[in-house]
Ligand binder design. Structure first.
Ligand code: ADP
Ligand code: ASP
Ligand code: MG
Length: 255
């Protein structure tokens, strides 16, 4: 039985219908005999809306309070996805970053993951449940809630895959994979079936939002197999780009 970490981005869980479709996709994967930990982003533009809401209340919101606010977006998706799975007869359990033991440094709004305890995730998986984990968030040693920066759910997914020693990490989004340029802005952009992590980091740091640069660095450092796939396509027709990761460099196994 393979342990797979999947991550679904904001568009993929952007409406009740899409959440139910993601639940169907997860159910199919479970019925194939896989064990699954699933990371979710906030629905659609929820994070942008929360930022705008804060700006209407305060001209200079404290970063700590922004993290308290923004982490609620992912809590909504994780609970709704677990409910949709229950309807399909799949036992799931939603967990916040803090409940998952995702320990970060103290830097509100741009925290880095230091380690993942993951006890409750492992417990859920051992009971045959799907663990649904809120992306983009963690907790500091001082028990302060933190966020990882915009797009940070990709990093949650890869870090979790490393911590759980998963066989692969699948990032589901709203395009067929990684293109030579943003396919929405450049109509002739070419889909990569495979690309190196170095090219991917370069694309990401130049603004290709499809993968958070830190997630690619982590996958490279730890030798984690990383895929970008389209959640809006039927199961088995997701297209996909494989980020070709070599085995880890000795001595670099720490998160
Ligand atoms: P998610 O919510 O799934 O994390 P994002 O919006 O963060 O999705 O990333 C997916 C988007 O990234 C695509 O809709 C696409 O417009 C954009 N994008 C920018 N550059 C690229 C690229 N080189 N390849 C693929 N998508 C890209
Ligand atoms: N919801 C957060 C954001 O919009 C994190 C993520 O989607 O990865 O940036
Ligand atoms: Mg993203």
């Amino acid at each position: 039985m393979a342990l797979v970490v999947q991550k679904y981005g904001g568009t993929s869980v952007g409406s009740p219908e899409r959440i139910r479709a993601v639940a169907q996709r997860i159910a199919a994967c479970v019925r194939q005999g896989n064990s699954l930990a699933v990371v979710v982003s906030a629905m659609g533009h929820t994070t942008d809306e929360l930022i705008e809401l804060a700006s209407k209340v305060s001209a200079n919101p404290p970063h700590r309070e922004m993290d308290m606010l923004l982490t609620t977006g992912e809590r909504i998706s994780m609970a709704l996805l677990s409910m949709a799975l229950a309807d399909l007869g799949i036992h799931a359990m939603s967990l916040t970053g803090s409940q998952s033991g995702i320990i970060t440094d103290d830097s509100h709004r741009r925290a880095r993951i230091k380690r993942i305890l993951g006890d409750r995730i492992r417990g859920a998986l051992a009971e045959g449940r799907v663990a649904i984990v809120a992306g983009f968030q963690g907790v500091s040693e001082k028990k302060e809630i933190t966020t990882l920066g915009r797009g940070g759910s990709d990093t949650t997914a890869v870090a979790l895959a490393v911590a759980l020693k998963a066989s692969r990490c699948e990032i589901y989004t709203d395009v067929d994979g990684v293109y030579s340029a943003d396919p929405r802005a450049v109509p002739g952009a070419r889909l990569w079936s495979e690309l190196s992590p170095d090219v991917m980091v370069e694309l990401a740091t130049r603004g290709a939002g499809v993968l958070h640069p830190r997630s690619v660095e982590l996958a490279k450092q730890h030798g984690m197999a990383l895929w970008v796939l389209n959640s809006l396509k039927p199961v088995g027709q997701e297209g996909g780009t494989r980020v070709v990761i070599q085995p880890p460099v000795a001595g670099m196994e720490e998160l």
